[in-house]
Design a protein around this ligand. Structure first.
Ligand code: HEM
Length: 357
């Protein structure tokens, strides 16, 4: 796996390492100090994304948030999404949808249906993009039709698509249909698989560490005992489960090499001249296991986060599963309940162990 190979190379060549990858001059960053140099001290220089052919094909010419070049267009999109979709108030308003979804999950497991997931199936990028384009296109057209019939005029009932269509109509800034589809693609792709992967890693670590599983399960069952079910009202009381999630993201950051950045001009970092258009890869996986920062780094021990102020909001550079700086993941508040709630449900309703134990 690239993050493991790059960590091994960094152990030999250092935490600020140059790699010539074909034509692409790349710097690999593997320590909290160097991550801070890139994502704080020189963040504005490295706030660009490199041009990637696959990204161009899947994100409507890089007009989504993830791959948009740093500038006014990216800033406008990010502002709309953080205030209208990813804010604490909006996230809270989706509570009932999440609760319904996790109940479906529990029912599915109980009836033993639909659990066969083919993880190895590979599609060609174009085929996937064609399919995604059809789905987001349908969503867009449905919303256009409803608006034409005058159903979404009430601003309180607006969802993200209505909002983007309104921005398009008002001409606040130019936004094409493809731009809107690109944003929807981001929300689906960045928002679903990431949280699901975090849930899988947390379950897998707990199953391997029955002590942790028992403790987390006792907490969930104690908080929701009288209710017979898990809902979001008590989730904030699940202090240990939150530590389990942090520890999971430390050892298994869902995007281990973050999303690459690129320098927009020449700059000196760590005493080295870094020319414009240098690609930077931050190995968040290696950083979360840096023995200079973590005691027994390979051990899964959620207790290390009890009474610790270390958080993943982008200020503790030894723990950056969501990145940091201007390009930090804007979906953290959206993601957390999508990880906490399913985990709480899985622990509340079922006992888990490895086959044969
Ligand atoms: C456990 C869940 C998630 C993880 C681990 C995660 C992680 C990340 C990481 C590492 C980045 C790159 C940060 C950087 O370049 O410094 C990122 C960017 C991004 N994430 Fe997330 N993410 C998660 C969930 C979400 C959700 C739920 C959404 C939206 C609904 C979202 C939307 C985005 C977007 C739009 C960007 C691009 C930001 C930009 O380039 O300005 N993410 N995420």
């Amino acid at each position: 796996l690239p993050h493991r190979t790059l960590r091994d190379l960094a152990t030999k060549h250092g935490d600020f390492m140059h790699l010539q990858l074909g034509q692409v001059s790349t710097v690999v960053v593997s320590s909290p100090e160097m991550a801070k140099e890139i994502m704080k001290t020189h963040d504005i220089v490295f706030a660009n994304r490199p041009f990637l052919v696959v990204a161009k094909m899947t994100t409507y010419e890089c007009t989504d948030i993830v791959f948009a070049p740093y500038g006014t267009y990216w800033r406008n999109l990010r502002k709309i999404c953080t205030s209208e979709l990813l804010s604490a108030a909006r996230v809270a308003s989706f509570r009932s949808i999440r609760e319904e979804e996790v109940l479906n999950l529990v029912e599915t497991i109980k009836s033993n249906e639909g659990l066969a997931v083919n993880l190895t199936e590979k599609h060609r990028v174009e085929k996937i993009h064609g399919e995604t384009d059809r789905i987001v296109g349908n969503i867009l057209n449905d919303h256009k039709e409803s608006r034409a019939k005058g159903r979404s005029e009430d601003e309180d009932k607006e969802d993200l698509v209505d909002l983007l269509l309104r921005v398009q109509e008002d001409g606040e800034f130019p936004l094409t249909d493809n731009n809107i589809k690109a944003i929807l693609f981001d929300v689906f792709s960045a928002g679903s698989e990431t949280s699901a992967t975090a849930v899988e890693w947390a379950m897998s670590e707990m199953i391997k560490n029955p002590r942790v599983m028992t403790k987390a399960q006792a907490e969930v069952r104690q908080v929701f005992e009288g209710k017979g079910n898990v809902d979001e009202t008590g989730v904030h009381q699940l202090k240990y489960l939150k530590c389990v999630i942090k520890e999971t993201l430390r050892l298994h950051p869902v995007i281990p090499l973050l999303i690459p950045r690129e320098s927009s001009k020449n700059c000196v970092v760590n005493g080295f001249e870094i020319p414009a258009k240098t690609r930077v890869i931050v190995n968040a996986w290696a950083i979360g296991r840096d023995p200079n920062y973590w005691v027994e780094p390979e051990k899964f021990e959620p207790e290390r986060f009890v009474n610790s102020s270390v958080d993943f909001m982008g200020t503790n550079f030894e723990f950056i599963p969501f990145g940091a700086g201007r390009r930090i993941c804007p979906g953290i508040l959206f993601a957390l309940p999508n990880v906490e709630l399913p985990l709480a449900q899985l622990l509340f309703h079922f006992d888990w162990k490895l086959p044969g134990e």
